[in-house]
Design a protein around this ligand. Structure first.
Ligand code: NAX
Length: 328
């Protein structure tokens, strides 16, 4: 029998946590043959709610779930962790400046990065979901100097999945026949969903659509502002779709991308496509043997270049801001 994989989930009592934990425990994160132990990290006032969720997990009698621990101490929750899903974050509240937001999140992701550095298993893989995800991931990564930098990633898979769905609606081609879509840059309103290299039913997506007005005025803003549209409709932010994307991200990372296809993830830049080294930016990536690799050699046209540059400039500003605050 296999040794269980330790999966640490922060913000476990939140709404994404509630949508995420049951799918991890039922085998969707790592595969149907991989036993898991859950380590739930919450702030002290939310521990009771996390215990309630743990009771429900017990009540599912999931065959793969080999244990649940709950803690408000990152050093305990990340002890021996193989996968870390960093969901809990400090949301922006009314009147909060960006500097305040970054500082508050630095107080969360700095100590969690250090706890990962000091206590996680050697094969630790981290996905940051909590916003601002790219820069929170950068803070955690910078606080974990002994962990290879490429183990820290930020989630743009939800944006990726949203873009596939919108492209499917436009072209009438099923999502299963859409490949090679890319989200570039920051998980924010500046992100750039790129269909110039994408394929719908084996044909180039941009040529098939052949509608630059739709691309610039409908597709890109619809994908980039989808989170706000969900809040307006549902009265709460995306939860099940975010949890689903987190599952997709880790499953792809550990099980690989299909031959000839790629996905999108926020990964540490090696300078590819002019993205400054060290930034955690979304790229087209393949996954193999448990590693993401940035897809090389794509032509970037003028339309794409301007949009990638704008989103990357925002990431650089965020990095400067957290540097200024001494968080990295
Ligand atoms: P909730 O407010 O429902 O849950 C957050 C949970 O985190 C709360 O239970 C809170 O007690 C906990 N928490 C806060 N500080 C913590 C800490 N230091 N350690 C451990 N737990 C802590 O938010 P939810 O809707 O679950 O969203 C979570 C995060 O995901 C937010 O930052 C949100 O902005 C972000 N999202 C990111 C997305 C992405 O694509 N990258 C999409 C969905 C979502 O908006």
């Amino acid at each position: 029998t296999r040794t269980p994989v330790n999966v640490t989930v922060t913000g476990a009592a939140g709404q994404i946590g509630y949508a995420l934990l049951f799918r991890i425990a039922s085998g969707h994160l790592l595969g149907p043959d991989v036993p898991v132990k859950l380590r739930l990290l919450e702030i002290t006032p939310a521990l009771k709610a996390a215990e309630g969720t743990a009771m429900e997990l017990d009540d599912c009698a999931f065959p793969l779930l080999k244990g649940i621990d709950i803690s408000d101490d990152p050093n305990v929750a990340f002890d021996g962790a193989n996968v870390g899903l960093l969901v809990g974050a400090r949301p922006r509240t009314a009147g909060m400046e960006r500097g305040d937001l970054l500082e508050a999140n630095g107080g969360i992701f700095g100590p969690q990065g250090k706890a990962i550095n000091d206590h996680a298993a050697d094969d630790i893989r981290v996905l940051v979901v909590g916003n601002p995800a790219n820069t929170n991931a950068l803070i955690a990564q910078s606080s974990a100097p002994d962990v290879p930098a490429d183990r820290f990633t930020a989630m743009t898979r939800l944006d990726h999945n949203r873009a596939i769905s919108q492209l499917s609606k436009k072209t009438g081609v099923p999502v299963s026949e859409i490949r090679r879509l890319t989200i570039w840059g920051n998980h924010s309103a500046t992100q750039y969903p790129d269909i110039f290299h994408a394929e719908v039913a084996g044909k180039n997506a941009a040529e098939t659509v052949n509608d630059e007005k739709w691309l610039a005025e409908e597709f890109i803003p619809t994908v980039a502002k989808r989170g706000a549209a969900i809040i307006a409709a549902r009265g709460a932010s995306s939860a099940a779709s975010a949890a689903n994307a987190a599952i997709d991200h880790v499953f792809t990372w550990t099980n690989g991308t299909a031959e000839g296809d790629w996905t999108s993830a926020g990964v540490v830049s090696d300078g590819s496509y002019g993205v400054p080294e060290g930034l955690i930016s979304s790229f087209p990536v393949t996954a193999k043997d448990g590693r993401f690799e940035i897809v090389q050699g794509l032509d970037v046209n003028e339309f794409s270049r301007a949009r990638i540059d704008a989103s990357v400039a925002e990431l650089e500003e965020e990095r400067e801001a957290v540097r200024g605050l001494g968080l990295i």
